[in-house]
Design a protein around this ligand. Structure first.
Ligand code: FBP
Ligand code: MG
Ligand code: MG
Length: 337
């Protein structure tokens, strides 16, 4: 039995020491806050109907999506974990219309956090994978309450990004800009334990993930690429492909980190004006940072996702094509044609 367990907190402390960072403990504290929110959510997701957390809440978020009960509970758990400990100065969430500053009297920390508290929430009621996605930015140096403009930073300025997948086991996957590491929740001791050090996205793949029911709305580049995948050995790509669709970005990206693949939620005729379907600040950017840190690529089809300049709307959308390096490069060639 391996008795040398590395917990998430000890990993972060050691990493900061190893990188020679003048650590005040605030960043470690912030990640600890986020991991506590994730553990609380994991516990409820795991209990499901027994905890009374299935079903719809009867409300809509800023984008008009029907909110599930668990969307709101997960959102509250993130907010509670982040607003009391003096590590965070403000947050943006899929489930909040506007950015959130701290209540009067709370200490403003040095970081901003954006999050999707429950990704893939339509999977909640059918007992399939869901997750949380988060991104960490530096708060304005002024120490004043942050504004929406302070969150409008391109993904290349992220300090850290991660997700927690609530699947058969719960996994916390984190990058602080020095590779990607995965931790599995040991529910018997309540700790995330390092189980997947230095995760890498395999460079090549023959697996793609796309919602094929949208096919008629896609641009010609994506139409042609998927047609060529489906043609298999007989087509120009010259290999047979497999397809997967978890319907939760967090599940797709986790699969890609474990065994490679590409995930596409591209521009189509219906979402062109909005810029895509998925959200830049709490879906596109954090997952792009993780995928790039693991050696993959993340693009809109025309531009690196992390270089998209946000427009100040916390719910700005973005087109997403990410995963195994060589396969994303192939898809980008279809966009150049
Ligand atoms: O409805 P579709 O096309 O299957 O979309 C699935 C996509 O929507 C999302 O569920 C959106 O996330 P939310 O559940 O957080 O709104 C993605 O995670 C997923 O990839
Ligand atoms: Mg989501
Ligand atoms: Mg969500």
């Amino acid at each position: 039995m391996d008795t040398q367990l590395t917990t998430l907190s000890s990993f972060i402390i050691d990493e900061q020491r190893r990188l020679g960072k003048q650590a005040s403990g605030e960043f470690t504290g912030l990640l600890n806050d986020i991991s506590i929110a994730c553990k609380s959510i994991a516990s409820l997701v795991n209990k499901g109907a027994l905890a009374g957390v299935l079903g719809v809440a009867g409300s809509e978020n800023a984008m008009g999506d029907a909110q599930k009960k668990m969307d709101l509970i997960a959102n509250d758990l993130f907010i509670n974990a982040l607003q009391h400990n003096g590590h965070c100065a403000g947050m943006a969430s899929e489930e909040l219309d506007e950015i959130l500053t701290l209540p009067e009297g709370k200490i403003r920390g040095s970081y901003l956090v954006t999050f999707d508290p429950l990704d893939g929430s339509s999977n909640m009621d059918i007992n399939i994978d869901v997750g949380a996605i988060f991104s960490i930015l530096k708060a304005p140096a002024s120490g004043e309450d942050p504004t929406a403009e302070d969150f409008a930073r391109p993904g290349v300025e992220q300090i850290a990004a991660g997700y927690c997948l609530y699947g058969p086991s719960s996994m916390f996957v984190l990058t602080t800009g020095n590779g990607v590491n995965g931790f599995t929740l040991d529910t018997s001791i309540g700790e995330f334990i390092l189980t997947h050090p230095d995760m890498k996205v395999p460079e090549t793949t023959n697996e793609f993930a796309i919602n094929a029911s949208n096919q008629r709305h896609w641009e010609p580049a994506v139409q042609q690429y998927i047609a060529d995948c489906q043609a298999g050995e007989t087509g120009t790509l010259g290999k047979n492909y497999n397809m997967r669709w978890v319907a939760a970005m967090v599940g797709e990206i986790h699969r890609i980190l474990c065994r490679g693949g590409v995930f596409l939620y591209p521009i189509d005729e219906r979402n062109r004006e909005a810029g895509g379907k998925l959200r830049l600040l709490y879906e596109g950017n954090p997952m792009a940072m993780i995928v790039e840190q693991a050696g993959g690529l993340a693009s809109t089809g025309y531009q690196r996702i992390m270089e998209v300049m946000p427009n100040g709307d916390p719910h700005q959308r973005v087109a997403v094509i990410m995963g195994s390096k060589q396969e994303v490069e192939t898809i980008l060639k279809y966009h150049e044609a």
